[in-house]
Design a protein around this ligand. Structure first.
Ligand code: LLP
Length: 421
């Protein structure tokens, strides 16, 4: 459930008319709902009730400071994957002991920043990384809390570009080698083992792959404990999918996910960490765009909108589906027309949807791409010198711009022409 609903024939974000926001900030723009973000975090938090746990929001999904500030105020932890994300998390008010650092390519500088600023744990992904972190920690005279991300060789049954738990993927250490690697870590004085980490992919619509992976993690926990390691935390990653198409069967709910976690891991006495991103932010956001032209093509009609692949890249990159709805609700029984919905960028890949049935639309009409709160604004670029689009946050009957659209002058001013030219 989200808070983008029609009221008196027009789309509202909570108690604010989307059309009013468009009038005020111009199109295209992203619009997020505080109530939906809060609701999704709370669902996860409650799903793990009764187990010692921390929901570490995977901020790669949406890292706007206002969204992070909201998460911090709800008591969330945060999962970061770069020095930039670490800095954002600190700026938004997350204490170091709420920040988990993931990612396969952490640099010395990133390790130094996190060790100096405070960190809950590093999720290590390789042996070279483990040796480097040990060296950096010793240089700083501290001990780094670590888990090892294990690769359980489980098929997450999701899009190949976002599956991470198969042995051929670049992530983690093969689970079969984990005991050997933990034995190595125990010899390194700059590292202290706190647990195990696993993340098998994103947009999973079935609990079974999670269950298989977590069962392997439970076995490994027992084995590592018998080897003498202290395993106090299990980081189970993120990945629970969202319903992108309202007409499809919905993926499992957080409460079902939580019950499965309890079944598989509840008796180990470990603190459970999870790293959901998409499920918290995805359906808490829409992208609002205006129809620039309706072009009658060869046997098809193109709806050319003012948003493009640089603003929302998921359809071009993963052939992802986003529901598209008119901001002014179609009258009941209105005829549907198939449109190819495209942006203005000069490549055919700039296509949001092909032959999508929509009510008849005309120049100047507003439409909204749903489920655009995660991996939308964060993946945007300024390709074709199209300014990054504004982000707006709604709460009840108020809204605020939480990132402004840069002017052309600001964009151009970032380039530097050398004085020898
Ligand atoms: N933890 C780790 C270590 C991750 O790599 C990810 C996502 C998450 C947590 C959060 O996963 P989520 O709950 O959001 O599924 N850009 C792609 C998604 C990439 C996901 C990368 N890792 C998309 O737009 O579908």
């Amino acid at each position: 459930m989200d808070h983008f609903l029609y009221r008196d024939g027009e789309l509202y974000a909570e108690d604010v008319s989307v059309r009013d926001i468009a009038r005020s900030v111009g199109t295209p723009f992203y619009c997020y709902s505080t109530a939906t973000l809060t609701r999704h975090f709370t669902l996860f938090d409650q799903a793990l009730d009764g187990m010692d746990h921390l929901v570490c929001y995977a901020m790669k999904a949406n890292s706007n400071q206002a969204v992070l500030r909201l998460m911090a105020s709800l008591g969330a932890g945060v999962d970061v994957v770069s020095g930039g994300e670490y800095a954002r998390a600190r700026a938004a008010g997350f204490d170091g002991d709420k920040i988990v650092f993931s990612g396969v390519g952490k640099t010395r500088e990133e390790m130094r920043a996190a060790l100096s600023g405070g960190i809950r744990q590093f999720n290590l992904e390789s042996e070279p990384e483990m040796h480097r972190l040990n060296a950096v920690a010793l240089e700083l005279g501290v001990v780094a809390p670590v888990t090892v991300r294990v690769n359980p060789d489980v098929d997450a049954k999701t899009h190949e570009k976002i599956a991470t738990g198969k042995s051929e993927n670049k992530f983690g250490i093969p689970i079969a080698r984990a005991r050997e690697v933990y034995a190595e870590i125990a010899k390194l004085p700059g590292l202290r083992v706190v647990g195990i980490d696993v993340h098998i992919g994103s947009q999973l619509t079935d609990l079974e792959p999670f269950r298989q992976a977590y069962r392997k993690v439970a076995d490994l926990t027992r084995a590592l404990r018998s080897d003498g390691h202290e395993i106090i935390r299990l980081d189970l990653g993120g990945g629970l999918g969202i319903p992108y198409e309202r007409t499809n069967t919905a993926p499992p709910l957080p409460v079902e996910y939580g019950a499965m976690v309890r079944e598989e891991l509840g008796d180990l006495g470990c603190e459970i960490e999870i790293e959901p991103g998409r499920l918290i932010a995805g359906n808490a956001g829409i992208l609002v765009t205006e129809v620039v032209y309706v072009k009658h093509g060869e046997g098809r009609d193109f709806l050319i909108v003012d948003a493009a692949m640089n603003d929302l890249v998921r359809p071009a990159m993963y052939s992802a589906h986003h529901d598209i709805v008119p901001v002014i609700e179609a009258t009941a029984g209105a005829e549907q027309t198939p449109y190819d919905v495209v942006g203005p960028v000069c490549e055919t890949g700039d296509t949001f949807a092909k032959q999508r049935n929509l009510p008849a639309l005309a120049e100047g009409d507003l439409v909204a791409f749903r489920s655009a709160g995660a991996y939308g604004a964060v993946m945007a670029s300024e390709y074709n010198t199209r300014p990054l689009i504004p982000e707006v946050l709604v709460r009840d009957d108020q809204f605020a711009v939480i990132r402004e659209r840069p002017s052309y002058e600001q964009i151009i001013a970032r380039d530097i022409v050398p004085d020898w030219l």
